[in-house]
Write a protein that binds this ligand. Sequence first.
Ligand code: HEC
Length: 120
Amino acid sequence: MKDLIFIIFLTLLTIFLLGFAHPVTESSSLGDPELGQEIYDSNGCGACHRINGLGGTIGPDLTEVWKKGDEYIRESIFEPRKVVVKGYKPVMPSFKKVLTESDVDNIIAYLKSLKKKGKK
Ligand code: HEC
C-alpha cells in the first residue's frame, strides 16, 4: 500500500514538473526582455519615446510598436532615416555604432513583452 502511494506521488510530481518545465522552453526567444529594458533606459530612448504613458514626446509612443514587426524595429534603431514616421522630425540618432545586434534583440524582446502585459 505504501509503495502504491509513493508511485502515485512520483507520477503526480513528474506531471507537475513537466507542466512547469514546458512553458520555460517555449518562451525562450531571441532576446531577454529585462536586459532590453535596461538597455532602453541606459541609452536614453525614454527621453524621446513614451511607453505606457512614461517618457518623452519627441518620438512616437512605443507601447504598441511591436505590431510593426521585429525587422522594422531593428531598422528603426540602426537606420532611423530609412522610414521616418509621419508627423515626426528625423531627429533620432542611429544606434549602429552604439548597440550590438544582441542589444537590439533584447530591446525587441522588451518591446514585445509589452504586448503580453497589455493583453492580460
Ligand atoms: C533624440 C530623440 C530620440 C531618441 C534618443 C531615440 N529616438 Fe527613436 N525615434 C525618434 C523619432 C523623432 C522617431 C520618429 C521619426 C523616425 O521615424 O525617425 C523615432 C522612431 C523610432 C521607432 C519607430 C517608431 C514607429 O512608430 O514606427 C522606434 C522603434 C524607435 N524610435 C526606437 C528607439 C529606441 C529603441 C531608442 C533607444 C535605443 C530610441 N528610439 C532613441 C526619436 C528618438
